[in-house]
Design a binder for this molecule. Structure first.
Ligand SMILES: [Zn+2]
Length: 498
């Protein structure tokens, strides 16, 4: 079921029409909730070649909900206005948003700019909000930043998210979480476009996993702890997914030229991929050193982050490394969404789980820890994905280097999210420690830091890793497997139990 919003156009030239058509395609491909339906041309009052904003809004009475898109500049030099369920936006003068960009105009800059305005105006129209009800005067990267300094608009496009206070305001004004999620899906495209990347427009083919679920048997001698089966039956299980699940043999990804990679990286491969990025973007050659400790390893990543430039090439490198197009999300990832989980948390930055999830699954990062926690409590029947170490398409949320880990450890909302999951749910770790225990280590340390009570915890682990993990984390019950494809069989058994 779509929610329809009327769309009128005014004074668009040929080029603007083409740009708008592309942006609308992105908006409609990104989500299946909101539809802007073209209703034809609308006359607008002009003053000195600009749309007279005040007079225009007097004409809009009784049109709600609708959006009018003009090719002329607005009389007060703004990009958008909304009032009482009607929105007005201009496609003119968008280049000023990119004046401060060191690289000049990204290829898809006009599309990103229009998609940003459409997302903003649509949300405000749905919430019947006026400009001054929500817009932030100080830029924080939220879609609702006013951006008095026009070049700040490029920053807003790169961060492109709806902050938790705006999300709360929208909810209070009757905008549903499904509608907010739809706009978040559109913003995901904005972030790709503004960095000159083509967002993934087609989802992996839907595969029928029923036969596997029916036929799957546990390997000889393997036993699932009864408390874990019970947690499935009573729907009190949460799963924490690590990088191993994005590296399963049936997960297929495709990097675009000039990137030569064919798989997502192991944790240990990230520094060398950063080094490749540094060479590609800045022509510098820096080989990653062999590190002895986690601290050294994370400090090295900080070095690459700084060398690439925090706001310059680091976001591009993160996007390059962690957002290949997902061709097949893999059986194990898909089976996770067949479990009646309380919550699904992941430390992965990539899009594999999102591609395995049913359409419309809300996705949060640690930056939206508060709405994520509210969703865990209230969102019965719908499952979200919480990317606790951030999402690659929003590099300012990614927690990968030492500085980023330190910053995360200060986030109270995030800590209380982790604490509430660890205290109240039975937790199963999947895909952690397949090649390196550090990611698992971090999550457990953070949970302890958050003062979480030691609830029941289980981990699916390769046999050779079990004794080390038992020694290090006696509170975790390990379930050993000998082949990676056994993970899917174990998950199938859990699905059957529930
Ligand atoms: Zn905001």
């Amino acid at each position: 079921m779509f929610r329809e919003i009327s769309l009128y156009t005014n004074g668009l030239d040929e080029g603007q029409r083409v740009q708008l058509a592309r942006a609308l395609d992105h908006f409609h491909d990104a989500q299946q909730t909101l539809r802007l339906v073209e209703k034809g041309h609308k006359d607008l009052p002009l003053v000195a070649g600009c749309v007279d904003v005040g007079a225009a809004f007097q004409n809009f009475e009784g049109w709600s909900p609708s959006v009018v898109i003009t090719g002329s500049p607005l009389s007060d030099n703004w990009f958008t206005h909304t009032e009482s369920g009607c929105g007005l936006m201009t496609l003119a003068d968008w280049e000023v948003a990119f004046l401060a960009e060191p690289q000049g105009l990204p290829v898809a800059a006009p599309d990103a700019n229009i998609l940003t305005s459409i997302s903003l105006v649509t949300l405000m129209v749905l919430g019947q909000l006026g400009d001054w009800d929500v817009l932030h005067e100080k830029s924080i990267g939220c879609l609702f930043d006013l951006c008095i300094q026009k070049p700040e608009r490029a920053l807003k496009m790169r961060a492109a998210y709806v902050c938790s206070s705006c999300t709360a305001k929208l909810a209070m004004n009757g905008v549903s979480s499904v509608e907010i999620d739809a706009i978040n899906a559109a913003l995901d495209r904005v972030r790709h476009l503004v960095l000159g990347r083509r967002p993934q427009t087609t989802l992996p083919a839907v595969l029928d996993d029923e036969k596997f679920l029916n036929d799957a048997r546990l390997p000889e001698g393997m036993r699932i702890p009864p408390q874990l089966l019970e947690a499935c039956r009573t729907r009190s299980l949460s799963v924490l997914v690590g990088s191993g699940l994005s590296l399963q043999s049936d997960v297929r990804v495709k990097y675009e030229a000039p990137l030569q990679w064919s798989k997502l990286p192991f944790w240990s491969e990230v520094p060398s991929r950063m080094a490749e990025s540094l060479n590609r973007y800045r022509g510098k050659t820096e080989n990653p050193r062999i590190t002895d400790s986690l601290d050294e390893f994370l400090a090295d990543l900080d070095f690459f982050r700084e060398s690439l430039g925090d706001a310059l090439y680091y976001p591009r490198a993160i996007l390059d490394i962690f957002t290949p197009h997902i061709v097949n999300a893999g059986l194990a990832n898909r089976l996770l969404f067949r479990l009646p989980l309380r919550s699904l948390l992941t430390t992965n930055y990539d899009f594999v789980l999102q591609c395995a999830a049913p359409p419309g699954t809300p996705v949060y990062t640690w930056q939206e820890a508060r709405p994520a926690r509210e969703f865990l409590v209230g969102g019965v029947g719908r499952r979200s994905v919480v990317k606790i170490h951030g999402c690659a398409s929003r590099s300012n949320t990614v927690v990968l280097t030492r500085v980023e880990y330190e910053r995360l450890a200060q986030q109270q909302e995030y800590l209380s999210l982790v604490r509430s999951v660890f205290e109240h749910h039975t937790v199963l770790f999947v895909g952690f420690g397949l090649n390196d225990p550090r990611d698992l280590d971090h999550v457990l340390r953070q949970a302890r830091l958050a003062g979480a009570a030691e609830g029941e915890k289980f981990a699916l682990l390769p046999e050779q890793r079990c004794s080390e993990v038992r020694d290090k984390f006696p509170q975790i019950q390990v379930i050993p497997y000998s082949e990676h494809d056994q993970i899917s069989k174990i998950l199938a058994t859990l699905v059957a139990a529930s």
